[in-house]
Design a protein around this ligand. Structure first.
Ligand code: NAI
Length: 253
């Protein structure tokens, strides 16, 4: 049987790495697209130990001109792309009063998180439509609870994720009849390099009851959900938002 393949942006570490590992374990061949020229030390081994093929492509998703080469690298490696995990993203350059938010910092968050992700999804969707399906197909975008919950000290990040959320809905409508599942995954507070600088703050908030599940999320919590969505078993749920946040976003009194 032909093995399905997946592109994971920002797959070198954190949530993206966990998605790559979970998808490899689920039988996907894996292309990790990240900023570095070469794969991170030990990364290929974490993928091939599951019997998966591993490929790497250097790509800054904000550079739209690099998208064609990324898609070509995946087609050259595997012959087809069956799953795209839009995971690459950056936090706010500065956390602070939104009245002091700088245009350059706003532009950076939007260029990577929203514009880059949107146009890469477009390029991969076209490539999917140009090749016959060998398995269930999906485009899975990692947004954040910040797509719906405001944090005035990093409004740029929230806006980038809220925009991405609306992109996912539109893309789901466009691709529904093509049988390509389009999903938004919204992590809550996940222990990765992105949150390491504010871990003391989140420790205190979690101790104080912010997260009903009373713990940090782990990257593997997100990876497991992504692998399940990519399996095709949730095909008729296309356009859905899946929270991976320990009930953080559930409104309560
Ligand atoms: P991280 O900072 O640990 O890893 C991000 C990865 O993306 C790195 O490998 C980095 O090199 C890569 N990357 C960054 N900019 C890129 C670009 N322009 N092109 C290609 N690759 C790029 O972050 P983490 O925590 O693993 O986050 C992954 C995704 O999950 C992000 O979209 C983030 O916004 C989202 N998220 C994270 C949460 C958390 O608590 N850690 C919570 C909610 C969402």
């Amino acid at each position: 049987m032909t093995r399905p393949s997946a592109i994971i942006t920002g797959g070198a570490r954190g949530i993206g790495l966990a998605c790559a590992e979970a998808l490899a374990e689920a039988g996907f061949d894996i292309l990790v697209a990240d900023l570095a020229e070469k794969p991170a030390d030990g990364l290929p081994e974490k993928i091939v130990k599951h019997g998966a093929e591993f490929a790497h492509a250097r790509c800054d998703i904000a550079d739209l001109a690099s998208h064609a080469a990324l898609v070509e690298a995946a087609i050259n490696a595997f012959g087809h792309v069956d799953c795209l995990v839009n995971n690459a993203g950056v936090g706010a350059v500065v956390r602070g009063d939104l009245l002091e938010l700088k245009p350059d910092n706003f532009d950076r968050a939007l260029a990577i998180n929203l514009r880059g992700t949107l146009f890469l999804s477009q390029a991969v969707a076209k490539a999917m439509l140009a090749t016959p399906a060998v398995s269930a197909r999906s485009i899975i975008t990692i947004t954040s609870v910040s797509a719906a919950m405001a944090s005035p000290e990093r409004a740029d990040y929230c806006i980038s994720k809220a925009g991405l959320s609306m992109w996912v809905k539109n893309l789901a409508l466009r691709l529904a009849a093509e049988d390509i599942g389009v999903f938004e995954v919204r992590p809550g507070i996940i222990r990765t390099d992105m949150t390491s600088g504010v871990s003391a703050k989140y420790d205190a908030l979690i101790d104080g009851g912010l997260v009903p599940a009373k713990r940090w999320g782990e990257a593997a919590d997100v990876g497991a959900v992504v692998a399940a969505l990519a399996s095709g078993k949730f095909g008729f749920s296309t356009g859905s938002v899946i929270d991976v946040d320990g009930a953080l976003s559930v409104p309560r009194l």
